[in-house]
Design a protein around this ligand. Sequence first.
Ligand SMILES: C[S@@+](CC[C@H](N)C(=O)[O-])C[C@H]1O[C@@H](n2cnc3c(N)ncnc32)[C@H](O)[C@@H]1O
Ligand code: SF4
Length: 338
Amino acid sequence: MNRVARRVLPALRGALGLSLARARGVRRPYSMTYILTHRCNFRCAYCDIPDAAGFEMSTAQFQGAIDEFAAAGSSRASFSGGEVLLRDDAIAIVGHARRRGLFTSMNTNGWLVEERIAEIAEVLDMMVVSIDGPAEVHDLVRKRRRSYDRVLGAITAARARGIAVATITVISEQNRHVVPEVLDLAARHGFWAYFQPAYRDCFDHGAGLDPALDGPALRGLADELRRARDAGRPVAASPGYLDRLARGPSFGDCGACHAGRYFGTVMPDGTVVPCHLVSRDAVYPNGLEVGFARAFAEMPHPVSGPGCAISPYQETDLVFGLDPRAIGAAFTRMIHAP
Ligand SMILES: C[S@@+](CC[C@H](N)C(=O)[O-])C[C@H]1O[C@@H](n2cnc3c(N)ncnc32)[C@H](O)[C@@H]1O
Ligand code: SF4
C-alpha cells in the first residue's frame, strides 16, 4: 500500500465508525495516545513530566491495550512520553499498532531518532518533534547543548525516509518571538509547525499558563499565526485552533470537549484518562484492572473547565466536532508536506 493510502485509509475507516458512534451517542476510542514512559533524557524548562516517572506497563501490556482499543474501533495510535525512545521496546509497541492497521505517530525530542531511523521508518507514519526556536534558544529552553542539531538531524532523517513530520514549539517567556524563524525552517525542511503555550503543570490545567502568556500575549500569538497561515506559511494550526488560542487564557469548555468521548490517553501505569491535563482532577480507572475498553467507556468526563490550548488535543477535538476547516487541515497535513 502506498504511503498516502496508508495514512488516509485508517482515517476514512475511523470516520465511518465515528459517524455511527455519534448517531448512537456512544463513546468510541477512535484516537488513543499511549504514554509509554514519563522518564526522559531531558529536563526542559517548562516540563514537569519526568518528576512523575514510576511504574510502566510491559511490552505485552501495552500491546494488549492496543489490541483492545483496535477491537473497539481505534484508527489512530499516538505514542508520547517522557521520551518514548528511552524504552528499548518502543519500536515493538509502535509496530504492533501499525500491524493492527492503525495510523501511527510519535512525539519525540529527537535526540535518539537518527540512530534508530531505519527501524522507526518501518513502523511510523508521522513524527512530531519538539523545536523551541533557533539553535541558541532551543538549547537554552531544552537545557541541552546541541539538542537543536539533533532535532534537525531527526527531521532530515525522517523526511529522507518519507515519514511525515510536524513540530511543536512551546511558547513561554523565554521564546515568545521565535515564530518567524521556526516557520522559515519548516518551509525549508518540509514540515508543519504547531505552536502552543506553556502550561505551569503538565498534569493540571488548573495551575494555568506561564505567567508571561496573558490575554493580550495570546491574542498577539494567535494573530501572528493567522497572518502567517493566510500568507501560505506552513502553520499546522487550523483556523478553529487559532480562534480558541485568541480567547485564552480560558480557551473553551472542557465539558464540551471530545476528549474522553472519542479520544483518550493511556498513562504508563495503565490508567485511562481523557487527557493528561485533567489527570489530577478525578480518580480514573486502570485498564490493567478493569480492561482498557471498559476503562475508556467508564472514565469520568470533565463536567467543566477552561479548555486547553494543547495543539494535538484541540485539533482532534475540532475534527470530532466536525469543524470542516480542521478536517481539511488534518487531511492536508496527512497527505502532503508543505
Ligand atoms: C511531553 S512531550 C513528550 C515528547 C518528547 N519528550 C518531546 O519533548 O517532544 C510532548 C509535547 O508536550 C510539550 N510540553 C511539555 N511540557 C509542556 C507544558 N508545560 N506546556 C505545554 N506543552 C508542553 C513538549 O514540548 C512536546 O512538544
Ligand atoms: S518536554 Fe519532552 S523532552 Fe522535555 S522534559 Fe518534557 S518529556 Fe522530556
